[in-house]
Design a protein around this ligand. Structure first.
Ligand code: HEM
Length: 434
């Protein structure tokens, strides 16, 4: 066992601390899985809507897309990442989680769930409630944003006790810095709604500061930290890995998400070079994971392969003209889902399944394969839609393949949620790795 593994085992929490952390974080992981199921089913509804038309009871495609993406961001990814970070942090510190963390997680979970109905009807627009017109989506997003600051503050307070900050903790430090920066974008969007500002430039800058930094920055660094913490329990970790340099390279990349017509070419090239550098630094992590391949589950390996595909795309985007061309295609949806579904959700699901003690069961391994096939089909269809001009297939055919393929991850999420909620999910069977 390596340095990180030793770090965990020498600081191993007494049995009671472990049990307390398990009991404290499990409900939030179940809520996160439920959010994954509901948001994925909504994504599937949108995919069928694109292939056959939206049903009358769900006519507002844009608002429902917001409901989908916000529940995925707040209820699935953020809640699950926070819960797992709290779990591992309490193992590193050897201290049970304080009551304030319970409060923060409960409020975060509640507000994340509320984002779904708040966005469903009108997205970021106004909803009539009695005599008042309220921007429900913007209001709930703001409240969610506040809980991230509380999480960041509690994390800083709880992690201060560590005499040495192990690599995963350093990754979370950087991830949380980017989370706070991204939250600034969400608050900026809300301020624009409140002040009725019409600036397209500001709107796009805030939107991508939030959407892109949240996904590439907070999600990716936090998840890499969790994966390294998990791997560190099984084998030695690399001596050196880029952490702060990776976060700094990722920070300006959100400019690339903005429409090319809105940003100056010097700004574009600065952001594109930082993006390429971030891609290379991500490869460093991928290479470290590749050399520990035998310790990863298949679902994790699939996720890491999708992260490598993301790294490759950051380099391809450096080729002159590629970015402007890709902005006129559907490739953005593919980029987003490769990262958020292929990398983030696959590895997060694998970690949660292991944490909940499901990893050893044979049928869960099969579910992992179903997930890989379903997500693989969906991502291939999305890539095809982005490259349509080079392919001899109709967009409708690809849209419909994507729609049918999307049902598989929805089904997998549903089965895992059912397993957690049914009485067979006996708490005594939970055996998270220490
Ligand atoms: C079964 C899995 C999923 C399906 C079927 C799905 C489906 C969709 C669809 C149909 C769209 C709209 C695309 C368009 O406008 O052309 C979309 C957008 C989006 N999805 Fe997903 N998605 C899935 C998973 C995820 C996950 C796991 C995340 C995040 C963790 C996510 C985040 C987003 C975001 C951020 C957008 C863009 C929202 C916007 O531009 O307003 N999706 N998704």
């Amino acid at each position: 066992m390596g340095a990180m593994g030793e770090q965990l085992s020498t600081r191993r929490a007494p049995h009671l601390v472990l049990q307390a952390s398990q009991l404290a974080t499990r409900p939030y992981l179940v809520i996160a899985l439920l959010s994954l199921f509901v948001a994925a089913a909504t994504g599937s509804l949108l995919r069928f809507g694109l292939g056959w038309g939206m049903p009358a009871w769900a006519a507002n495609f844009t608002a429902i897309r917001h409901a989908h993406s916000h529940l995925m961001y707040f209820g699935w990814a953020t809640l699950a990442l926070m819960a797992l970070i709290w779990h591992f942090l309490s193992l590193y510190s050897g201290q049970a989680l304080p009551r304030s963390v319970q409060w923060q997680m409960s409020v975060s979970a509640l507000l994340a769930l509320l984002s779904f109905p708040a966005f469903w009807a009108n997205g970021y627009g106004l909803t009539q409630i009695g005599s008042a017109s309220l921007p429900l989506g913007a209001m709930v997003a703001t409240l969610n944003g506040i809980t991230w600051f509380v999480f960041a503050w509690l994390y800083w307070r709880e992690s201060r006790v560590l005499a040495v900050r192990p690599l995963p903790v350093q990754m979370w430090d950087s991830a949380i810095l980017l989370l706070v920066l991204a939250a600034g974008g969400a608050l900026g969007l809300v301020a624009m709604v409140a002040s009725a500002s019409q600036s397209i430039l500001l709107q796009q800058a805030f939107l991508h500061l939030f959407l892109d930094l949240f996904a590439v920055g907070w999600f990716t660094l936090a998840l890499l930290g969790l994966l390294w913490a998990w791997v560190g329990q099984r084998t030695e970790l690399p001596k050196r890995l880029p952490v702060l340099s990776l976060a700094l390279a990722i920070a300006p990349t959100f400019f690339l998400g903005m429409p090319p017509s809105l940003i100056a070419s010097s700004l574009f090239w600065g952001a594109a070079i930082a993006n390429g550098l971030a891609g290379l630094l991500l490869f460093w992590h991928v290479a470290g994971l590749l050399s520990r391949w035998v310790h990863l589950t298949w679902l994790m390996r699939f996720g890491v392969a999708m992260l490598a595909a993301h790294g490759l795309m950051t380099l391809v985007a450096l080729w002159p003209g590629v970015w402007i061309w890709s902005a006129q295609t559907q490739l953005r949806v593919y980029f987003l889902h490769n990262l958020l579904l292929g990398w983030l959700s696959s590895v997060l699901l694998a970690l949660i399944v292991d944490y909940l003690g499901l990893g050893q069961t044979k049928w869960v391994r099969w579910l992992g394969w179903f997930w890989i096939v379903g997500v693989g089909v969906l991502l291939t269809a999305l890539l095809g839609l982005g490259m349509l001009q080079f392919l001899p297939v109709s967009s409708l055919a690809l849209l419909r393949v994507g729609a049918w393929g999307s049902l598989i991850p929805v089904g997998v999420a549903g089965v895992v949620v059912l397993w957690c909620l049914l009485p067979i999910a006996d708490a005594s069977r939970l055996t998270p790795s220490v």
